[in-house]
Ligand binder design. Structure first.
Ligand SMILES: Cc1cc2nc3c(=O)[nH]c(=O)nc-3n(C[C@H](O)[C@H](O)[C@H](O)COP(=O)(O)OP(=O)(O)OC[C@H]3O[C@@H](n4cnc5c(N)ncnc54)[C@H](O)[C@@H]3O)c2cc1C
Length: 387
């Protein structure tokens, strides 16, 4: 066994790569697996491998970056303030990508499909879970990734439908914590064309699907929305509609008691979710987020923009960018801290409004957002996935 954990600076923020054989489901037991764990979970993983009769082939430091200095109170912004780069959010090399491709997709089985909306909500949004058991390799993923779905049937040219991507809404352990399911949050696309209602192909296929049905799944894909490993990171989340999917994975990882027990990740930073929806009935996973806020008031803040029910300062509809403007000082103070990451997800149309709000807030502090944003992006602290 090769063991390399060189460097003098050990801290919980470092990630280790463990190569193991004989550890996993029956189908993958003989395969060599690479597992990445934060230092804080390394010992527990070793114990689990030993208990299940696995053989550790090597352990090495996936990221030798020393832990960043402890968070300091945010200083007053200055024009010269450089955007500091945080250590890479997670070791990208360790993130699973394209385990299943469109030519030979994994066939998952639907276990649940239920509406996430309250009475009187606009449209249709469902939470759908697929069983991933029996894959070789096992289809696994991390928070912030997406999977592809290939809907049954053919397109107008008689060809099989192309895949559509969906952000994963469950943590890597799945909603059942068994590590063998994946969940999505899907809005049915519907629009009017020449007096006719057109239903989106894949979103309708998914919203209508029954438990027990088999579905072609590809992926996972995506490294843009990965969560930092640092337990002291701060995470600002800007979501509209189904853009909540990756945020749900982060928040479950941070605050859901059973998930925390499973992942051993002791989040100590500040998480702030801005959620935009047209009506209260359209808020997604709202009860869970309210519960996290009451159980972890020091670590989680939940700010809602409900456009058809709330008014902004000008008396117009309250959109997410209005909430960003209202809280601009605090948001900017957080962004000045190199441990802060911002995540934006939802319909592409949300981007200009957020940009406008950030530009105005930056200008009030003598900063130029058009210069600052690329710096944050380069520092891997500004994460956007819109569609
Ligand atoms: C990285 C990523 C993550 C995503 N995550 C999610 C997610 O978590 N949840 C989710 O619900 N979706 C998500 N999507 C969107 C998803 O991939 C599909 O695009 C969406 O479900 C629509 O697919 P469909 O097959 O139902 O629609 P299609 O049948 O493919 O129809 C879409 C097409 O309809 C046309 N169209 C759409 N609106 C109109 C309009 N108003 N007027 C005229 N024509 C129009 C456009 O040509 C458009 O390309 C994500 C997309 C990406 C890229």
């Amino acid at each position: 066994m090769r063991v390399s954990t060189t460097t003098s600076s050990r801290s919980d923020s470092r990630v280790f790569t463990v190569v193991v054989q004989g550890y996993g489901t029956a189908l993958t037991r003989n395969a060599e697996r690479t597992i990445n764990v934060p230092f804080s979970r390394l010992q527990a993983l070793m114990q689990s491998i030993s208990q299940l009769g696995g053989k550790v082939l090597s352990v090495s430091a996936a990221s030798d970056a020393p832990a960043p200095a402890a968070a300091k109170p945010a200083p007053e912004a200055t024009k010269q303030a450089p955007v500091k780069k945080q250590a890479a959010p997670v070791s990208h090399a360790a993130v699973p990508v394209n385990l299943y491709k469109p030519k030979s997709p994994f066939i998952g089985t639907v276990t649940e499909n239920y509406s996430l909306l309250g009475d009187g909500a606009i449209g249709r949004v469902n939470h759908i879970t697929f069983d991933l058991k029996g894959g070789d390799p096992q289809l696994h993923y991390v928070e912030g990734q997406s999977i592809g779905i290939i809907p049954d049937g053919e397109d107008a040219n008689g060809k099989p439908h192309k895949l559509r991507l969906y952000s994963i809404a469950s943590t890597r352990h799945g909603d059942n914590l068994a590590g063998d399911t994946v969940s999505l949050c899907v809005r049915q696309l519907q629009y009017e064309k020449e007096g006719e209602t057109i239903n989106g192909v894949c979103s309708t296929f998914l919203c209508d699907i029954e438990p027990g049905a088999k579905v072609k799944i590809t992926g996972p894909v995506g490294k843009e929305m990965l969560l930092p490993e640092d337990e002291d990171a701060n995470v600002i989340m800007l979501a509209t509609g189904t853009g909540i999917a990756p945020m749900r994975t982060y928040l479950r990882r941070m605050f859901e008691p059973s998930e925390r027990e499973k992942n051993g990740w002791n989040f100590k930073g500040k998480a702030w979710l801005f959620m935009g929806a047209p009506t209260t009935a359209n808020l997604l996973y709202d009860d869970d987020f309210n519960r996290y806020e009451s159980e972890f008031p020091e670590n989680f803040r939940y700010t809602k923009a409900i456009s058809r029910e709330q008014q902004n300062a000008k008396g117009g509809r309250m959109y997410i960018q209005d909430r960003v403007s209202e809280n601009a000082d605090e948001i900017f103070a957080m962004i000045e801290n190199p441990k802060t990451h911002v995540y934006m997800c939802g319909l592409r149309g949300m981007e200009p409004g957020i940009d406008e709000a950030m530009s105005a807030a930056a200008a009030a502090k003598g900063l130029d957002w058009s210069e600052l944003r690329p710096q944050l992006k380069k520092a891997e602290r500004w994460h956007v996935e819109t569609y």
